[in-house]
Design a protein. Structure first.
Length: 228
């Protein structure tokens, strides 16, 4: 053990993901060049919560004379890691993507697979969780690597999401000239119904305070403009 080991503080043991916790812990040991069996053992013991320690108390009371760390690691993994039957049950209970991307689903599935290697059935189980259009796009793929397959699925999945978003946006042709009926819908409609009226009478009718020649409002022509 080196002097750097004194500064090491491990996170509390993760009962829900024991293998991931040990992966991070051993990375910390490597960075600080901690190799002594007893040192690693006591660091792990110090990171156990009371509930976790109670599950391995028999080993803590009587640790082996040698290879303490390996014995404790094996005991913790056996206690808190899923059995093969539990892993299979969770894989077969998957309910599609949810809020995830295909690659995120693949990460979870590979974690559930544990030390086992993915096979044809595993790949098909992954494909069954994907939306029908993504599954159809991958129907004739020759990709066999699981992560590469998931990345390819991401491309089709994200492309379809972008297409759906674009379909929801209103279409505007900025190259086309403005339609006056869009800019002045009320004015145009009134003018079409009452031809011969000026802008003010077409828009305000009898309440208009101004008039512009020529105007046929009330049969008075431009006289009303003079009255104002």
């Amino acid at each position: 053990m080196t002097a750097n080991a004194v500064t090491l503080k491990l996170p509390e043991f993760w009962e829900s993901s024991a293998s991931a916790w040990f992966a991070q812990t051993e990375a910390q040991f490597a960075l600080r060049e901690i190799t002594a069996d007893a040192t690693k053992y006591y660091y792990v013991v110090s990171a156990l919560s009371s509930s976790t320690a109670s599950r391995v108390v028999s080993l803590l009371k009587n640790p082996p004379a040698t290879e303490k760390y390996d014995a404790l690691k094996t005991h913790l993994l056996k206690t808190f890691e899923l059995s093969d039957a539990e892993r299979a049950s969770r894989l077969f209970s998957l309910q599609g993507l949810g809020d995830s991307k295909p690659s995120e689903l693949m990460d979870r599935m590979l974690d559930l697979l544990g030390e086992h290697k993915p096979d044809f059935l595993f790949t098909q189980l992954f494909l069954r969780q994907l939306p029908a259009h993504v599954r159809a796009a991958l129907a004739n793929t020759s990709i066999t690597d699981c992560r590469a397959l998931a990345e390819e699925a991401d491309k089709f999945f994200l492309a379809s999401q972008q297409h759906c978003m674009a379909a929801l946006l209103p279409l505007h042709d900025t190259s086309a000239p403005l339609d006056n009926s869009t800019v002045f819908p009320a004015t145009t409609s009134r003018q079409q119904q009452s031809p011969g009226l000026c802008f003010y009478h077409a828009k305000f009718g009898a309440k208009a305070k101004r008039c512009r020649s020529p105007c046929s409002f009330g049969g008075m022509g431009n006289a009303r403009a003079g009255a104002r």
